[in-house]
Ligand binder design. Structure first.
Ligand code: MG
Length: 435
């Protein structure tokens, strides 16, 4: 199956994501841009080189001049698209999906992902197969992208005053080279694990606590101040405390906000209430958008928010770039440790722990999913709700959020509460009311 969402296209290589699909999407993007400079980077998946050749062919056939970054993180490609004044960028990655998957993310000249209207326009070109054929373009390698990205992070934060011992687990992904370099630049003693880019992926590629046992052990063994984990395209970041505890990715944006002390912070509707708690401490206003990086980034741009992101560990820090960026997140968290003089365990210990329970409801059709959303609104008509994306219901025990998947006829359910049993109770409760 080929998944087409506002975050790009994804599928299993040679099944959903065939060479023809990749070629036609590259041609559609080149046609949409009307030629010009396009920056391309890829993560470390085995299929990366193979798909890169196809992407280049598609772009060249439309008269695009390709800037090849080689292996690069998604935020690096975003930053370089703007920095090199390119018309667009493509990242060849399936983000946190397993190795047999790959995909394409599309970036516009301002470094943000294509907004839904732009994306739809490009998908129309893909569907109609009316591709422009211009004078053939060129390919040039660019080798300084990592340095430029690292410099932007280093400039955007106060340099740590202490020499932190840091363990980083890059999951043998696109962050494997750039991240240890950034940490050294910030004066850290670095222990980098899982940086063999030829062997993706040594553990489940999502940086969620159950995938971070090796990192936790390495933090304890090396008596490190903190451990960081990235997903394969290094846009998501999660944290292991000095005590070796892998904390939920929901902490990442909240902790970054503690350092940045923004006036405005933008997150999506499903992001933890932890951010509201932090925002209340620092007098920041919280704005919530639909799920998806581009919705958060567009709102941030519109209202000039100083920081934003998503609860999956994706931090957007405009001083560095307009994509979710684990490197910006690492810089900010280290600056927070340095400025506060506290350990990560202390900082986390001062915040409320929230628990998220998730499930999904299979529906026959998209219309059935809509009906269930309507039913939910009816059930909770006397409660405070938010319909920005599906429906979110605020209850005294916590909140429930139901939203339809963009690709399948299923409803995703998220419930958050201050203890695990209560989160599960909310989940069971809503399911029993709807089934
Ligand atoms: Mg990712």
């Amino acid at each position: 199956m080929l998944k087409i969402t506002i975050s790009g296209v994804r599928g299993r290589v040679d099944e959903g994501l065939t060479p023809e699909t990749v070629l036609d999407f590259a041609r559609a993007f080149g046609t949409y841009l009307k030629g010009g400079k396009v920056v391309v980077g890829c993560d470390t998946r085995a299929s990366g080189e193979y798909l890169k050749g196809i992407v280049f062919s598609g772009l060249l056939s439309c008269g695009c001049n390709v800037i090849d970054l080689g292996i690069a993180t998604t935020p690096t490609v975003g930053i370089m698209t703007k920095h090199l004044k390119a018309k667009g960028g493509i990242v060849i990655t399936a983000s946190h999906n397993p190795n047999p998957w790959n995909g394409l993310k599309f970036i516009s000249s301002d470094g943000l992902f294509l907004v839904p209207l732009e994306f739809e326009k490009m998908v129309k070109i893909y569907e109609n197969k009316k591709f422009s054929e211009r004078d053939k373009g060129t390919v040039a390698k660019f080798n300084h992208a990592n340095r430029i990205h690292i410099d932007k992070v280093a400039k955007a934060i106060k340099r740590p005053r202490r020499r932190f011992t840091v363990v980083v687990d890059s999951c043998n992904g696109a962050g494997s080279v750039i991240t240890p370099l950034l940490l050294k630049k910030l004066g850290c003693k670095v222990i980098a694990i899982n940086t063999n880019m030829k062997l993706p992926f040594p553990h489940g590629p999502e940086p969620t606590p159950h995938n971070l046992k090796e990192l936790s052990a390495a933090v304890i063994k090396n008596k490190a101040d903190i451990g960081f984990a990235q997903d394969p395209d290094a846009d998501r970041l999660s944290i292991v405390t000095s005590g070796g505890r892998a904390i939920s990715e929901e902490y990442t944006v909240a902790l970054c906000a503690l350092y940045v002390r923004p006036k405005k912070i933008v997150i999506n509707l499903s992001t933890s209430s932890l951010v509201d708690e932090v925002a209340a401490k620092i007098n920041a206003r919280v704005f919530r958008t639909k799920i998806g990086e581009i919705h958060v980034a567009s709102e941030m741009k519109k209202i000039k928010a100083e920081i934003g992101g998503e609860g999956n560990g994706g931090v957007i820090y405009p001083k560095v770039g307009m994509n979710r960026d684990s490197l910006a997140g690492i810089g900010i968290i280290l600056a927070l440790l340095s400025e506060s003089g506290k350990s990560i365990d202390q900082i986390v210990g001062e915040l409320t722990e929230y628990f998220l329970a998730k499930d999904k409801l299979e529906c026959q059709t998209v219309a059935d999913a809509e009906k269930i959303l309507e039913k939910t609104k009816e059930i909770f008509r006397n409660e405070k709700t938010d319909s920005t994306d599906g429906i979110k219901v605020y209850l005294k025990e916590g909140w429930i959020h139901l939203r339809a998947s963009n690709t399948e006829p299923i409803l995703r359910i998220f419930c958050e509460a201050k203890n695990e049993a209560q989160a599960q109770e909310l989940l069971l409760g809503i399911k029993s009311k709807l089934l």
